[in-house]
Design a protein around this ligand. Structure first.
Ligand code: NAD
Length: 495
């Protein structure tokens, strides 16, 4: 078939953006030479390509990380110096803010301003962990007469990070910041749908002074590179963010090597609105918490529980706001962009159709821009009311702009509904009653509970992680440094 001017242009663009893995300080393609095309979710156009790495590339990356760990060029560098490298990396990310934000937005379809917000959060992670590197220390323990006992924090060794496509810049930064601060070396596999900024950050890490082999990034499919990485015997610890099913597979692979894991597996997070809440403050936050990133956020507030006396008024106002929302291409910086790919768009549309077919009341549907490109993966935001607490819509992560509303009659029932899924990642509680704020926050089973707020400020400093199906281990904040290291106890008998 002859090239049309369009396909010829596309090929040139793809070739220009033929991104490479960063392994052992070098930029390389997959050993097989295979590549994966990268399409923009807003229009489906291919604009770049990434290496389709397999087990051989994973082996090379793990060996590079092992060698870098064993030489001690990183792990025995002073913690202060490691921190300076991370801080410099944050500065370089800041210096490349526009390029990284535009790339992230194009690669994931998120509105342009969200791309900027993600870069800013990444900068904060490198800054935070740069500053924290020399503040994580052990304890001296009172022990037997004639003995001195103390603990130190030791790096695991080679850490594998398997990350998803929804917030690559942020999730890479929280994984890399904590792992590198503690002296580990790193092999990261970003998601095949959104890898470009991770490759760029690994290049910037070299520029910031990370010794070769300390920060490796390779791209590829989960079933190939991901499987090879999570089961590689040279990996000492695995950290994963993504779906519960993949998390289970990764834990099984890591268990074959008896390796530790951190799992961040999403949620079905509730926002609980009591009748006395400041609704003017609450409702914009409730809407934003489900449409941000098109609802493709592990901590999306996907359930809203409303006290009966204000249920009708709150759902009417939410419906008004939902009807005004428009999904459109990322570069228009609208309310929300497209979903990541056709599979995700079909999955979300199927869950909406199933809820409707089951008789769940559809209270409002936003719009997709009339001129949104046909090749994009758009989903209008949807609000459901009177949802059956045992339905799929109430129990399962949709990972799209779909909010389910429920009514409750008492504090007791609110807590029961909030805790009524297998997940437990984040929750919001909206009430002016101080006693109730404390009681409900304490009783909700979630890794983070916000009172009269939700996901405030991104929360780089705040420990984050789940209960139950939402996973285990903690990322973010100082606490992530504990997951990314192990305690060593040293005992002296000095008589
Ligand atoms: P996924 O969990 O399968 O993919 C996440 C990462 O894991 C990617 O890098 C992928 O390549 C890798 N991976 C996939 N299978 C693997 C395996 N067997 N071994 C090792 N690595 C593997 O997510 P998905 O398929 O892109 O999305 C499916 C659903 O997961 C979504 O609809 C959504 O509900 C959920 N999800 C949640 C999050 C979150 O942040 N909680 C992120 C992405 C997706």
């Amino acid at each position: 078939m002859l090239d049309t001017p369009d396909t010829a242009l596309l090929r040139t663009v793809a070739e220009e953006r033929a991104a490479l893995n960063v392994i052992g300080g070098k930029t390389v393609g997959a050993q097989s030479g295979a590549r994966i095309e990268v399409a923009c979710p807003s229009d489906g156009h291919v604009f770049a390509s990434i290496p389709r790495s397999d087990a051989a590339d994973v082996d090379a990356a793990v060996r590079a990380a092992r060698q870098a760990f064993e030489t001690g060029a990183w792990s025995r560098m002073t913690a202060t110096e490691r921190g300076r490298v991370l801080t410099r990396l944050g500065d370089l990310v800041a210096a490349n803010r526009d390029e990284l934000a535009a790339l992230e937005s194009r690669d994931t379809g998120k509105p342009a301003r969200q791309g900027v917000a993600d870069v800013n959060a990444a900068i904060r992670y490198y800054e935070f962990y740069g500053g924290a590197a020399d503040k994580a220390h052990g304890d001296q323990i009172p022990f037997l007469q004639g003995y001195t006992a103390f603990t130190t924090r030791e790096p695991h060794g080679v850490v594998a990070g398997i990350i998803p496509w929804n917030y690559p810049l942020q999730i890479l930064a929280r994984v890399a910041g904590a792992a590198l601060a503690m002296g580990n070396t790193l092999v990261v596999k970003p998601a095949e749908d959104a890898s470009l900024t991770s490759l760029r950050i690994a290049e910037l890490a070299l520029e910031a002074g990370c010794p070769p082999g300390v920060f490796n990034v390779l791209t590829g499919y989960g079933a190939e590179a991901g499987v090879a990485l999570s089961g590689h015997p040279g990996v000492d610890y695995v950290t994963f963010t993504g779906s519960p099913a993949t998390g289970t597979a990764i834990q099984q692979a890591a268990a074959c090597n008896n390796r530790g894991v951190t799992m961040e597996l999403g949620g079905k997070s509730p926002q609980v609105i009591f009748a006395d809440a400041d609704l003017e403050a609450a409702l914009p936050v409730v809407v934003n918490a489900i449409i941000q990133n098109g609802g493709q956020t592990c901590s999306a507030g996907s359930r809203v529980l409303i006290e009966r006396p204000v249920y009708d008024a709150v759902t009417a106002e939410l419906a008004r706001r939902f009807c005004a929302l428009v999904a459109e291409p990322h570069d228009r910086d609208g309310d929300l962009g497209p979903l990541i790919n056709a599979r995700q768009a079909h999955r979300v549309a199927a869950m909406i159709a199933e809820a409707e077919a089951g008789g769940t009341e559809l209270l409002a549907r936003g719009a997709v821009a009339d001129d949104a490109p046909a090749g994009g993966h758009y989903q209008a935001p949807v609000l459901f009311g009177g949802v059956d607490p045992l339905s799929v819509l109430a129990q399962e992560e949709v990972f799209g702009p779909v909010l389910a509303a429920f009514a409750f009659d008492s504090e007791e029932e609110a807590v029961r509904l909030a805790n009524g899924t297998q997940y437990g990642l984040v929750a919001g509680v909206w009430t002016r009653d101080g006693g109730r704020q404390h009681r409900v926050a304490k009783r909700i089973r979630a890794g983070q509970v916000y009172v009269n707020a939700y996901g405030a400020g991104g929360g780089v400093e705040l420990p984050f992680g789940g209960f139950g199906k939402s996973g285990h281990g903690r990322e973010k904040g100082f606490e992530a440094l504990m997951d990314m290291s192990a305690t060593k106890t040293i005992v002296f008998n000095h008589g």
